[in-house]
Design a protein around this ligand. Sequence first.
Ligand code: SF4
Length: 420
Amino acid sequence: MTCRNSAIDSIEEGEKRMSEALARNGETAVAPGLSDFMPGGVLSPEPDSRVNLIGQDRDGLTALVAEMGEPAFRAKQLYHWIYMRGAKNFADMTNLSKAFRAKLEEKFRLDRPRISAHQKSVDGTQKWLLRYEDGNEAEMVFIPETDRGTLCISSQVGCSLTCAFCHTGTQMLVRNLTPGDIAGQVMLARDELDDWAQTEEAGRKVTNIVLMGMGEPLYNTDNVMAAMRLVSDGDGIAIGRRKITLSTSGVVPDIQRVGEELGLSLAISLHAVRDDLRDKIVPINRKYPIAQLMETVKGYPGLTTSRRVTWEYVMLKGVNDSDEDARTLLRLMEGIPSKVNLIPFNPWPGSEYECSDPARVESFLAILHRAGMVATIRKTRGQDILAACGQLKSESQRIGKRERDRLASIRAEKEAAVGL
Ligand code: SF4
């Protein structure tokens, strides 16, 4: 899928860009309103051998409670404390007996991912680099808006795929995140934002989830679905399924399943309207070409004019941004309740693309609008921590041959691994 922050692959890189942007403006590295780089918690020197309950569903908790010789309703209570109340330790579970709490403490823990680094933008956007127990790291971003708060979460460490405009695509896949790793991101965000209010009416901050961080969710479908069951359960974290958007680069075989089993909102990273171009910039297209993708999306359950598929389209100068491209896009979407999200490209070191000129983006948008299509240009948020389109042009030109060769070999290895 298209990373919201696809131009940045590490907090360190974001820090570097932030410093450079500030330096260009003649400012110091610490600007008023920007939080300092904040190191996270210290990793425990001793691995904790107790089982982490984060990620266990009702059945899992019921089985564990039964093994302890406790009645089944204890599992229900535990589930409520973990996922509805956000308890971080068993001592807080005051309607459980002291003896049971002590037994739980002995065998289990309730660990979220740790925070390796945290940045907060002047516009309120926050970004966390999260560290899992095995030392692997993934990113999470919170984007507050007037009418909603969107949390962008990761599904893999690295990514299976090699989308040419995406910096995460240059990283090897390290591992799939587990259901606990994924749901743990949402729970950590609630901890950090003091957001365990149960409803939006009660002032909940995280109202929407987008699976647009690191990774292709449909190359980790089972774990993503298990996590989203937890996140959407009304007796738990309770974020409605329509408010959860799964974004895929077009892994066709699992798209239908997401709709049938969970009814999540769907976004497709399209980015090109011709197979010859999409084969290059979204290489999964070689396996699942545009016509097949469109047919599959057409059959996605529950699409209506009030529930549209989102087509993500990164604007690449002189590559995919012509008026003809816009008209072809309209033809492709015929018969599919759709909205289009145009994404100004953020160049990164080694990327071969530039962002389309603003006038070109506007012209593309106008063609969509004239045809009655719902279409927007993605707002740049967290510019000071995520870098703006065009800021890194000089760096992108500086990359050496050795680095280019290294990226090419990573790409070849990854594409072979997924059969491209
Ligand atoms: S699928 Fe992977 S490479 Fe493609 S945009 Fe998403 S994170 Fe990047």
